[in-house]
Write a protein that binds this ligand. Sequence first.
Ligand code: BGC
Length: 479
Amino acid sequence: MFYLAKIIVFWFLVQNSLATKTFPESFMFGTGTAAFQIEGAWNEDGKGPSIWDTFFHKKNATENGDVACDSYHKWKEDVQNAKDLGLKFYRFSIGWSRIMPNGTLNSVNQKGIEYYSNLIKALKEEDIEPVVTLYHWDMPQYISDLGGALNVQFVDYFEDYVRLCYTLFGAYVKYWLTLNEPTIQCFVGYGYGVGASGFALPGDGLYQCSYVLLKAHARAYRIYDEEFRDQYQGKVGIVLETNWIEAETEDPLDLEAQERYLQFYLGWFANPVYKGNWPDVMIDRIANRSKLENLARSRLPAFTQDEIEYINGTHDFFAINTYYTSTVSYQEDEPIGTPSYSNDLSVDASTNSSYIDNQALRKLLNYINDRYNPGSIIITENGRATSDGLEDIERIEYLKIYLCSLLDTILEDNVNVIGYSLWSLMDNFEWGTYETRFGIIRVDFDSPNRTRTWKESARWYQNLIATRVLDNSTFIANN
Ligand code: BGC
């Protein structure tokens, strides 16, 4: 009896103390999408083809981005949903080839500009901050034909494009994201060829891509600094991505594998932007292996001192996308043979991945904070896929775990995380399939109307945004 009473008292104490944990007033909740994944209208009103249009058309893929969520026509409903959810911000991307059909200044498309102007103004009218990704992988086909991210002139074309965006929308947009996940673009488009533009150059192409994209990002940041910041007072950053990486065991070799993996994956882009130059471990390993491959120079292009300085410091925050935890362990170095990123890395990443890790986000955010000291961090993507249906309880459970971890990071570790963008506002085209559903709003891809219906998770998120308090069960489950 006495024992039972003690449990009841303890239960109430835990509930009460934990229930008082709330997100700070200034914390911003949002959701995200990307142009190619939601807009459709792939060739309407003057839009030019992007590499992803071409990629799926060439394969005659039955699933492609031609219609997607049809947000090009249904954007008002999307803004209404964003408003009803209570979002503080909405992250979306501009389709470069919608406003510049061939990607260059000699083709500027008024209709495309109108589309984004209308969207941005409608969001502002509802007090929803537009957080704008300038480039979410959908390169204009013509720019790709000129060499894409393997041609350093890409940097100039990107400059023209971003200057136009800053000029047109700068008065309304306070958060600009230059590139979304360049790591993935370089992997799929220039390393392993599994996505647009389809180059399988795993030992050189992906490094060349990273070299060009980092220069493009830095140019976009510097242009804003020099020409727009005084007037508009906005913030600019690059969106990087990593899962949290655990070492398989505490063995020093596994711990070294964990660190090497994080340096090769996150540090690849973070180091040049937040510290200057590629991570040493990449410089050394790729140079050594290149030498043994009888190459005259490293497959990882070297930055000049001027370039290092130009790229270093091009950030106003750290924007991170993260989805789950993976485990890595030590392995012997791969023998010299076919050059590739994975051989350069030589870490055994074949083990488990999991969505369920109540410390993942906290560890990752602390890692970022300690390593890169960015001042502030925004989570630009986090979420999970579920099967079709409105009762997406697994998504809610996942969100509780990640948001609880986030709250601990803010309140207990004093890491300055200022916003969270749930991926995604709605089910969308997951780069090859409509089956993988990340949305908190269901989209009926069989209906011509692309009917949107709120899932359980949308209601749950709406309530969280309104109250700022995570429900008690979350804390009990995770403490
Ligand atoms: C991308 C999104 C994608 C999401 C889920 C991220 O890597 O930025 O475009 O839909 O992951 O796979």
